[in-house]
Design a protein around this ligand. Structure first.
Ligand code: NAG
Ligand code: NAG
Ligand code: NAG
Length: 306
């Protein structure tokens, strides 16, 4: 009898602690929407940007270099990768080009070793490849194996090489980009399932890493960025039409990169580009399936990534 009473009191106390904790973190989040955490200084950090040859990856590499970061520009295309480095050098930033096929584990590990010996320990990892572009909506979908290699497995090869070092030095920031928007519809139903499956896998990867790191006392930060927009670059194809720009306007790769770096510098665990759509994404999940499909139809968009 007494034991029972005791366990009920313990349970009540636990529940109360939980409620106060939950309430408090909601308050903090609300407060931070009005007063975001300060921007951290990135001077002398070393960033490895995968997909630095074009699109958002290129803009991220350029903007990071302007903040005093040494940037390892990684791309499979030597011409565009060198062009990004040239552009950074012209504005007196520090960057080097590394040509690497990130779907190849051996190449990745060799490249990371070279980066570390030439620029120093990698403290920021940004993978900007494999996020579907609007072109993916109208082109023939790539082979399933290739999609998995580029969008998921390459993350593991990079983490394999970069993560242990970060744990040794006790410092690091891994930014994982994912986009599930813009993949519904299209003429060939089902053809884009591998693409969006890969995007969900990437989100799962980010959440698994966050859960894993929660119980270790390392200072490694994992940031998951949901890229929602209709990023339309200069090369925007006129044959691709999105419904959403007419409602919300378009966003350039430069602006998207600016928002991604802003969230990175505030150490957010999860955010979206544009910011307000994160909540919409959450709402989609609690709505009945039919309603969420209707909302998705309205939001049918694409992203233009490297
Ligand atoms: C790119 O730059 C690297 C190193 O600076 C050089 O070895 C390579 O030949 C360049 N490639 C092209 C296609 O310009
Ligand atoms: C890189 O990290 C290693 C430990 O993993 C450390 O011994 C080394 O001094 C670091 N290098 C630099 C340039 O900070
Ligand atoms: C995917 O990666 C594996 C292992 O690296 C490789 O054997 C395979 O050829 C790749 N497939 C494609 C389509 O790139």
């Amino acid at each position: 009898m007494l034991l029972r009473l005791y366990s009920i009191i313990v349970l009540a106390l636990d529940l109360m602690t939980l409620l106060i904790g939950v309430f408090f973190s909601i308050l903090v989040t609300l407060y931070q929407t009005f007063k975001p955490p300060p921007l951290k200084n990135l001077q002398r950090e070393v960033a490895l940007v995968v997909g630095a040859g074009r699109g958002v990856g290129k803009e991220i590499a350029i903007q990071l270099s302007q903040l005093g970061v040494s940037v390892a520009c990684v791309d499979i295309n030597a011409d565009t990768c060198n062009a990004t480095v040239k552009k950074i050098s012209q504005s007196l930033g520090n960057a080097k080009a590394y040509i690497c096929d990130v779907t190849d584990k051996n190449q990745v590990s060799k490249t990371v070793d070279t980066v570390i010996s030439e620029l120093g320990n990698v403290t920021i990892l940004l993978h900007c490849c494999g996020v579907p572009s609007p072109r993916a909506l109208i082109q023939d979908p790539p082979e399933i194996m290739h999609t998995m290699n580029l969008s998921i497995l390459s993350h593991f090869w990079l983490l394999d090489s970069v993560f242990p070092r970060m744990q040794q030095t006790g410092k690091g920031h891994i930014i994982i980009l994912s986009s599930v928007a813009g993949l519904s519809g299209g003429s060939s139903a089902g053809a884009r399932v591998p693409l969006s499956t890969a995007q969900f896998a990437v989100q799962g990867l980010a959440e698994s890493l966050q859960t894993e790191l929660r119980h270790s006392n390392s200072n490694i930060i994992i940031t998951l960025v949901h890229v929602y927009p209709f990023i339309v670059g200069i090369e925007a194809a006129t044959d691709i039409r999105f419904r959403i720009p007419s409602y919300f306007g378009t966003m350039s790769a430069t602006e998207a990169a600016r928002q991604i770096i802003d969230g990175l510098r505030r150490n957010y665990a999860e955010f979206s580009v544009p910011g307000y759509l994160l909540y919409l994404g959450h709402v989609l999940r609690i709505l009945p399936k039919k309603a969420s499909f209707m909302l998705r139809d309205l939001l049918d968009t694409g992203v233009d990534f490297a």
